[in-house]
Design a protein around this ligand. Structure first.
Ligand SMILES: NC(=O)C1=CN([C@@H]2O[C@H](COP(=O)(O)OP(=O)(O)OC[C@H]3O[C@@H](n4cnc5c(N)ncnc54)[C@H](OP(=O)(O)O)[C@@H]3O)[C@@H](O)[C@H]2O)C=CC1
Ligand SMILES: CC(=O)N[C@@H](CCC(=O)OP(=O)(O)O)C(=O)O
Length: 349
């Protein structure tokens, strides 16, 4: 067995970071050699996460490029918006490979980032360098790259559900409507009014309607797939559950297509892509069926009366929507088997 490479995680005390620790604990070629915190350096990560007892007991390191370089070859950034834009350049210049889980390097137009994230954009030179790591679509660009921008959770579920139909002209992109729902871990570990128990429990609410920061990311990739600008309606909802995203998408079908035409198209489009599973006719995926796994499951329903297709796509936001896809990208960038450390059967029930 080859020697494992060292991996550092900035933002290791957040949900995305701690999910990286969980998944990397069983990776055959990579190991976490530094867990980093901007606010609790010098304390053990088990103080905030006792479930890591006996698994990762090292003290948290400070955010320092030289220390990271001395301990690791690759660094994951699982930090809030506008942190990676400042950190990544220094880490790349130090010779580290960087995989950023935040939205800081996804939008190639800095004005678009500033308009939707309401924060200063990253330097254009690094925006150009970052490869958008939607692994099933841009995997060839990820191979051998040294800087990956991991897609957002909602865009991952949504884009995997729409791209084949848009690319192959099965649907009219101008008619797409996306109705998406997320579990609350998507909002990170920090407490907020909107996510505390009595606000969330036995409740179901829409939020950021027409203002969600993932809208331009979805439109950027759909436009690439369509070969022409695409704008879309995208509404997000918060569901009182811990993990999971369901994206339900509606669009008008172009020409005469049957439901099995869609199923066959998606099966052939994703042939050889181990993490996308296409459901048979009459079966629509549920979030629990991908819980804790790196799968994206997709199902279809064609309404002959309206000639509209409904596409249902589910992921675990912390795995395929964040840490799992980031490890998939690590595998691709290192030239390893894409599935290394990611072959989990979903936790069910
Ligand atoms: N949760 C999810 O499902 C998904 C999240 N993402 C994105 O991934 C990123 C991380 O999300 P998530 O883990 O949920 O967020 P959390 O809020 O749970 O964690 C973020 C972590 O970042 C650290 N941090 C804060 N400020 C700084 C700073 N200035 N420098 C270094 N570290 C800092 C904090 O730890 P400390 O104080 O110890 O430094 C904190 O624990 C976000 O950009 C998010 O949008 C993307 C896809 C899905
Ligand atoms: C439930 C919930 O609040 N989810 C978050 C997902 C944030 C996220 O992942 O943001 P970036 O990918 O842009 O970094 C949201 O809707 O804003």
């Amino acid at each position: 067995m080859s020697k494992k490479i060292g991996v550092a995680i900035v933002g290791s005390t957040g949900y995305g970071g701690v999910e990286l620790i969980r998944l990397l604990a069983s990776h055959p070629l990579a190991e976490v050699t530094s867990v980093i915190s901007s606010s609790s350096a010098g304390t053990p990560i088990t103080e905030g996460y006792p479930h890591l007892t006996g698994i990762h007991e090292e003290l948290l390191d400070d955010v320092d490029a030289a220390t990271i370089k001395s301990k690791a070859e690759v660094v994951f950034l699982a930090t809030p918006p506008a942190v990676a834009s400042k950190l990544a350049p220094e880490l790349l210049e130090a010779g580290l490979k960087v995989i950023d889980l935040s939205g800081d390097f996804r939008l190639k137009d800095p004005a678009l980032y500033e308009a939707w994230y309401k924060k200063p954009a990253a330097d254009e030179q690094y925006l150009k360098q970052a490869v958008f790591g939607l692994a099933e679509i841009y995997g060839d660009n990820v191979k051998g790259a040294s800087f990956i921008s991991n897609p957002g959770c909602y865009p991952t579920a949504t884009l995997l559900g729409l791209i084949p139909a848009v690319k192959e002209g099965f649907i009219d992109p101008s008619t797409i409507i996306i109705d998406a729902k997320s579990g609350v871990s998507g909002a990170g570990r920090g407490a907020s009014l909107g996510t505390h128990y009595s606000e969330l429990n036995e409740n179901f609410k829409a939020y950021k309607v027409n203002q969600h920061q993932h809208i331009p990311e979805i439109e950027m990739v759909l436009s690439d797939a369509a070969g022409a600008p695409v704008v879309t309606t995208f509404t997000t909802h918060l569901v009182p559950m811990t993990r999971g995203i369901m994206s339900t998408m509606y669009a008008s079908v172009k020409g005469e297509r049957s439901q099995s035409d869609f199923i066959e198209l998606y099966k052939s489009f994703y042939a050889g892509r181990p993490f996308v599973r296409i459901r048979p006719e009459g079966q629509w995926p549920a979030t629990k069926e991908v819980w804790g796994s790196n799968y994206c499951d997709i199902g279809f329903a064609l309404d002959k009366r309206t000639n509209r297709i409904t596409i249902v796509s589910v992921i675990d936001n912390l795995v395929k929507g964040a840490a799992g896809q980031a490890i998939q990208n690590l595998n691709l960038m290192m030239g390893w088997e894409e599935t290394l450390g990611l072959q989990f059967v979903p936790v069910y029930p």
